[in-house]
Write a protein that binds this ligand. Structure first.
Ligand code: APR
Ligand code: PHB
Length: 393
């Protein structure tokens, strides 16, 4: 017989979604246990995107984990779009009165883990073979292995925050779940280096050789990406070749000042749009990448995890403090309404800026017309700004 423990909310996954949910629940007096498949070192080293919407920053403030974010995060009033030899600035503050904050997801994760381990509750690292049972009843259970021991966690609810490849989504009844997916015929090659960024703001560049993005982590650490084909290998991209390619693609007038240096991380990632609906069944609720994926153009992944968690926490708190389950029943519908809009924006920005079609094609003309329209219309710029800084939640 497996050793049995008990909690209110069993959370699978110690990514930003699971950690932030646990933290917000604790602040409202709701207990949880987090089961994480990997080690703490692994989770704290993962390199991911780094742009926080204003609403995400406010949620991290509410969670009491924003001190380092306010000290080290870089507030950005706008971004630049470079295309056809022009650089267009989208001024968020002027257009919609909001900003974004550049602060790595790796740092957000570290801050949340530190808060959790300072007394909020347990994280079981290296929890293996997690399975979910009885989600249709009122006492779901999680089974897992910790070392050689078989364990069982009895819960009131299960939050599936275990990312795209986790165990939660496959535990929803297959006959009830619909999935929507779009893959893109290219990937992003990312490079992280301890060199000063080439510009004060992010530059999204659409170039005949392919898309490029100049981003940053701090005044001394840069993050760049270039569109690549899916069959390319990272070994084919020594640092010097990446820097040369970035100079070509970002080098539209006026050319930014790129400082090169040795990479500290390099990887190729495919781009995908994906939504599973509904995001809940019985007592199992999905949040973050477990339920949906966006391509990184626009940096919505972490921000969507944050809005899911906001809705889910509010619903659990209504259950425990007022005995009201209306918000729990509405969770999937509420979260998906925002998810689909972020999916639309990420897809639109991806299709606008990447090279997909021959220069002389109708589709390439449409991209040029849309970029030209963006450059000439305050209304079009406002649409971009409103979505980039994040729709309300
Ligand atoms: N059992 C336990 N933990 C698991 C399992 C499993 N079967 N499968 C995955 N996990 C863990 C992963 O190791 C990871 O730490 O769940 C966590 C999921 O975290 P993320 O992938 O970061 O997903 P999420 O918290 O939803 O964050 C969304 O992070 O992944 C980025 O691009 C994404 O920015 C977005 C944000
Ligand atoms: C990043 O800094 O990693 C980043 C920034 C903006 C994006 C995607 C990634 O759209």
């Amino acid at each position: 017989m497996a050793m049995q423990e008990r909690t209110q909310v069993g959370i699978i996954g110690a990514g930003p979604a699971g950690l932030l949910l646990a933290r917000l629940l604790k602040l409202h007096g709701v207990e949880s246990v987090i089961l994480e498949a990997r080690t703490r070192d692994y989770v704290e080293a993962r390199v991911r995107a780094g742009v926080l919407e204003q609403g995400t920053v406010e949620l991290l403030e509410e969670a009491g984990v924003a001190d380092r974010l306010h000290r080290d995060g870089l507030v950005h009033d706008g971004v630049e779009i470079a295309a056809g030899g022009r650089r267009l600035r989208i001024d968020f503050r002027d257009l919609v009165g909001k900003t974004v904050t550049v602060y790595g997801q790796t740092e957000v994760t570290r801050d949340l883990i530190a808060a959790r381990l300072a007394g909020d509750g347990p994280i079981v690292w290296e929890a293996a073979d997690v399975t979910i049972h009885d989600i249709d009843g009122d006492r779901p259970r999680l089974r897992y292995r910790a070392g050689d021991a078989e364990r069982e966690l009895a819960c009131d609810f299960v939050a599936g925050c275990d990312g795209f490849h986790g165990a939660s989504r496959p535990s929803l009844p297959a006959s009830l779940v619909r999935t929507f997916e779009r893959t893109y015929p290219f990937g992003w090659l990312g490079i992280l280096a301890d060199v000063p960024p080439c510009s004060d703001e992010l530059i999204y560049a659409s170039h005949p050789r392919g898309f490029a993005l100049a981003s940053m982590r701090s005044p001394t650490r840069s993050r760049y990406y270039i569109q690549c084909s899916l069959d390319e290998k990272i070994e084919e991209w020594p640092d010097a070749r990446i820097w040369d390619e970035l100079a070509l693609r970002l080098g539209s007038e006026p050319a930014p000042d790129i400082t090169t240096g040795p990479s500290i991380e390099k990887s190729i990632a495919p781009l995908r749009s994906f939504v599973a609906t509904p995001m809940q069944h019985g007592r199992l609720f999905l949040a973050g990448d477990a339920a949906h994926i966006v391509p990184p153009t626009g940096a919505k992944g972490l921000n969507l995890a944050a809005s899911d968690v906001h809705y889910l926490c509010r619903a659990f708190v209504a259950h425990y403090t007022r005995g009201n389950d209306d918000l729990l029943h509405a969770y999937s519908e509420t979260a998906l309404a925002r998810v689909w809009k972020a999916e639309r924006f990420s897809w639109w920005m991806t299709m606008l800026l990447h090279r997909l079609h021959p220069e002389a094609s109708f589709e390439a003309q449409m991209q040029r017309a849309e970029l030209d329209y963006l450059a000439s219309s305050r209304a079009a710029q406002t649409v971009l700004a409103e979505n980039y800084v994040g729709l309300p939640f």
